[in-house]
Design a protein. Structure first.
Length: 336
């Protein structure tokens, strides 16, 4: 019996190369390893075996999520054009020349075609979410009015308020939540990326779109970089560099603050003096509508993905083997 149990728990030959199966579609080890290589920071300390496996489990879970969405695309007649993919690749490249970008991929054993394919998959998944989730959430004027009447005190400012937005580039490997999954993992990459964003702002690109595409702050990036209203008392308690920047900026101005490898591109959207703000103020109405929609989109997306998973057949071989290894490095994750 003991021998039979050992045989049952041992990984099969295929599961060493196939780390998950989603409704019959294989998610292969090589795909996870390739994405893991894009996250590596050559200047960082070598991660422990446990940290490596944890990162790969997270990547694998993201790939399962993406595979579920991609499977819906044909029924929805969703397919990005070659021009859309090419544009997204250029955006992902940031401030790098094509030659430097290709060289960087080569260092990580990734071909440009493989990178394009990954960009295409990301675009498909995003388009599915937009059609199945974002486009279905409508916030009516009556809902905006009801929220304002119930929360009127929130719009009665007792001190000066600053409406701020930001784009953060931190120069460290991060689980980003921007639309392009773009992450600067070194100080040099962060500098190039911040320069690219600043240049695009200078030539007329929208701050919110750039923040949604490139900001590495997980809270504000999905909101187009919007931080919301910040009271004077919080500004007074902020680090000197930030405090001085906000106090000197004019409405509509953008300023870049740098601390180490972190670059914060800060925008002053508006200033509000103390007093009660009314629903007739377009900014109040827009802020309420945006906030209500964002919360409902997040709720609907969570429910949508939960239903998709419940209606699917998913086998995560890597997770299974981590459990069976009981804290040791599973056979499927050992170096090849």
């Amino acid at each position: 019996m003991a021998s039979a149990a050992c045989q049952a728990s041992a990984p099969t030959p295929s599961s060493l190369d196939v780390w998950a199966v989603v409704n019959g579609t294989e998610v292969r080890r090589e795909h996870v390893e390739r994405l893991y290589r894009t996250m590596l920071d050559p200047s960082a300390e070598t991660p422990t075996d446990e940290e490596v496996v944890n990162a790969k489990l997270s990547i694998l879970e993201d790939l399962i999520h993406t595979e579920l969405l991609i499977a819906r695309a044909p029924a929805l007649q969703i397919a990005p054009t070659d021009d859309e993919v090419a544009e997204a690749v250029v955006l992902q490249r940031g401030g790098l020349s094509e030659e430097d970008f290709t060289a960087q991929l080569t260092e990580r054993d990734i071909t440009l075609d493989q990178f394009r394919q990954e960009v295409r998959r990301t675009l498909i998944a995003r388009k599915v979410v937009e059609k199945e989730v974002n486009d279905k959430v409508i916030v009516g004027d009556d809902q905006v009015t009801a929220f304002f009447e119930k929360n009127k005190a929130q719009f009665n400012f007792t001190e000066r308020q600053y409406h701020l937005a930001q784009i953060v580039v931190d120069g460290q490997p991060t689980q980003v939540s921007n639309r392009r999954n773009d992450d600067a993992t070194t100080a040099a990459e962060a500098q190039r990326k911040a320069t690219m964003i600043t240049e695009r702002l200078r030539t007329g690109d929208g701050f919110a779109d750039l923040a949604a595409d490139f900001s590495e702050d997980p809270q504000s990036a999905p909101q187009g970089g919007d931080i919301g209203w910040v009271p004077q008392s919080r500004i007074d308690q902020a680090p000197a560099q930030l405090r001085q920047a906000v106090m000197k900026m004019a409405i509509g101005e953008v300023n870049t603050l740098t601390s180490g490898a972190t670059h914060t591109i800060l925008a002053l959207v508006a200033i509000q003096e103390p007093g009660q703000r009314e629903l007739s103020d377009p900014e109040v109405k827009d802020a309420i509508r945006t906030g209500l929609k964002d919360r409902r989109v997040q709720l609907l997306e969570n429910a949508y993905m939960a239903r998709m998973r419940a209606e699917s057949t998913i086998v995560n071989f890597l997770a299974r083997q981590v459990i069976e290894a009981q804290g040791n490095l599973p056979a499927a994750a050992q170096k090849q």
